[in-house]
Design a protein around this ligand. Structure first.
Ligand code: IPE
Ligand code: IPE
Ligand code: MG
Length: 261
């Protein structure tokens, strides 16, 4: 038992050292300003362990906490997290209800920490269509962190990229119809300002765990020149090490934006 414990402690110690080294290395390089994450794989993570899918969603919250802390320590300015898509309503009623309750549960426990850590909570997506209590919890979190000046934690909830684009088209059309904007004044910049993301810069890096190699209607306009990073790891197992690895890989990428270097 003693020997087993000794080796276990040594292993944890070694892992921590490696993580610290990786952190130091990464923090010396150019950091992405905005990282977007598709928090995927909760259901499969649970099923593999013989647990209900809902247990996977709850386990995803601990991954979320680790990533928020690490991003903040690094000095990343914006993190956007895909938590519920406009297509996720297709899931069984019980699962949808659980996912709708999760923000309330999460914020009840974590809002104090987020306020203390100077984090600004924002959301993208259609909040008007979600249950009243969930709306209330989210709006309260947004209001009580509005004065903060630190990292922006942007939750995509009931979010769909196509719905967002249609929403922007409608807003712009109305302005044109009412004479507040001329049709030939519409530029990419004006269009971007009418999206949910408004003044937030486009993501530099997109991370998708769970092995799926697709975007799933996330930030369609904003991802135009984002660097993509995929891993087979399921979201509940995603941790600081993977996050740092993603950023390290990002630092090796050559971003050309259509030009040449
Ligand atoms: C992501 O995990 C969470 C949401 C979509 C809300 P999934 O529930 O999609 O997990 P998998 O992809 O089925 O494993
Ligand atoms: C994307 O994951 C949405 C979120 C993680 C919130 P999905 O699990 O819904 O995506 P698909 O269905 O595999 O494309
Ligand atoms: Mg999924």
């Amino acid at each position: 038992m003693g020997v087993y414990l000794y080796f276990r402690v040594m292993k944890v110690d070694k892992r921590q050292k490696r993580e610290e080294e990786l952190f130091r290395e990464v923090s010396k390089g150019k950091l992405p300003e905005h990282v977007a994450i598709i928090m995927d794989g909760n259901g499969r993570w649970a099923q593999k362990r013989g647990l209900p899918r809902l247990a996977g969603h709850r386990a995803g919250i601990s991954a979320l906490k680790k990533i928020i802390t690490c991003a903040q320590e690094l000095g990343i300015k914006v993190i956007t997290l895909y938590a519920f898509s406009t297509e996720n309503w297709k899931r069984p009623k019980r699962e949808v209800e659980f996912l709708m309750r999760l923000p309330e549960e999460y914020l009840e426990k974590e809002l104090g920490f987020l306020i203390e850590n100077n984090i600004v909570i924002k959301t993208i997506g259609d909040l008007d269509e979600i249950p009243g209590l969930t709306q209330k919890a989210i709006r309260k979190a947004v209001a009580s962190t509005k004065q903060n000046t630190g990292m922006i934690l942007n939750f995509a909830f009931n979010y769909g990229g196509r719905a967002e684009i249609i929403g922007a088209v409608k807003k712009i059309s109305r302005e044109v119809l009412e004479g507040r904007l001329q049709w030939d004044e519409i530029t990419e910049e004006i269009f971007s300002k009418h999206l949910y993301t408004g003044s937030i810069p486009d993501p530099d890096l997109l991370i998708r765990p769970s092995g799926e190699l697709r975007i799933s209607n996330f930030l369609l306009w904003q991802l135009a020149y984002t660097e993509l990073w995929f891993t087979r790891v399921m979201w509940p197992d995603f941790n600081k090490k993977y996050f740092l690895k993603a950023i390290k890989d990002y630092q090796k990428r050559e971003r050309r934006f259509g030009g040449i270097l």
